[in-house]
Ligand binder design. Structure first.
Ligand code: SF4
Ligand SMILES: [Zn+2]
Ligand SMILES: [Zn+2]
Length: 310
């Protein structure tokens, strides 16, 4: 295969949706140019004064950290690794994140759930969350990320959610008619300057494949195994389904994302009333009810989770 940019033989990164293949150097510069243009297009740079980057060690978050560091040399970045307490997996992931941060020269904060919140994700994945640990995990991660950002003076949190993640969730939200939630699925969510940090998704327009190729091209270490708790999650089968549709309707994912951002979001902005938030009575983070989802689920589950004696 020839590289479409420089014409050299031996292009190893083929993007089927773009009908193009690239050599290593051209792929890296293409990825970083696209990342820069996404950040500028959605105005993310305007809110990224001090940015906390959530890094789990997977390909997306490693691509995010490396891409931001390389494409924007002047950004003030700190990586955050949340140790979820998943046996073997969390230790291995943390080691990878430490090495990646050292190589990129980005300071790292580690937040251990068990010692800070008193409970780990496997301990929380009981009762009604037994079959869907990702639901409680998502709530915990969102809460912890925001709390650490606010407490440490970061104005913005950056996460590695990419195009495939967004399309998978959109697919489910549209299917169930959950338009209020779909209205929140966007590349930038502004905070309130007090107890809610801004959230940005610089990989919003990148596919899984693009992120993977980037870490491969830079020979960056990343965790390439699935979290053991993901087994049985509908997310995996939905992602597969989207890829099957893409194989029959090329460009499906990009069209859906573009339609959501350009056509649906403006309509939703006009139709869906702004949700007012107030401080959670228990933790002070913004919520739409008296007590936030984190406090409701985690405090309740913590009380029921087995203690050290089992
Ligand atoms: S797969 Fe689910 S449980 Fe595992 S880290 Fe991701 S969200 Fe958490
Ligand atoms: Zn090339
Ligand atoms: Zn709370």
């Amino acid at each position: 295969m020839r590289c479409v940019r420089c014409g050299s033989e031996g292009a190893r990164y083929a993007l089927s949706f773009a009908r193009a293949a690239f050599c290593r150097e051209c792929y890296v510069s293409r990825f970083e140019r696209k990342l820069r243009s996404t950040v500028l297009k959605y105005g993310m740079h305007r809110v990224m004064r001090r940015t906390l980057v959530a890094v789990s060690g997977g390909k997306d978050s490693v691509a995010l950290l490396a891409g931001l560091k390389r494409a924007f040399g002047d950004l003030d970045l700190t990586a955050l690794y949340i140790d979820l307490g998943i046996p073997n997996y969390s230790e291995r992931s943390e080691e990878v994140v430490r090495r990646v941060c050292e190589r990129l020269g980005v300071p790292l904060m580690v937040h251990e759930l068990k010692s800070s919140e008193g409970v780990s994700i496997p301990e929380l994945a009981v009762g009604r969350f037994r079959r869907k640990p990702c639901a409680v995990c998502g709530t915990v991660k969102r809460h912890v990320l925001n709390r650490i950002a606010v407490e440490n003076g970061f104005d913005t949190v950056a996460t590695g959610h990419n195009l495939d993640d967004t399309v998978e969730v959109l697919f489910e939200l549209y299917r169930r008619g959950l338009l209020e939630e779909a209205a929140r699925l966007r590349p930038v969510l502004l905070g309130n300057g007090a107890n809610l940090a801004n959230r940005v998704k610089p990989l919003f327009e990148m596919t899984d494949e693009e992120d993977l190729y980037y870490v491969d091209a830079l020979e960056l270490e990343h965790v390439d195994s699935w979290c053991p708790l993901v087994r049985g999650s509908r997310m995996v089968s939905r992602k597969q389904l989207v890829l099957e549709i893409e194989s029959k309707i090329p460009g499906f994912r990009h069209t859906l994302l573009k339609a959501h951002v350009k056509r649906v979001l403006p309509l939703l902005d006009a139709a869906v009333p702004r949700v007012e938030t107030r401080p959670c009575k228990s933790c002070g983070q913004p919520t739409t009810s008296d007590v936030c989802a984190y406090c409701r689920t985690v405090t309740g589950l913590k009380a029921r989770a087995p203690g050290p004696g089992g």
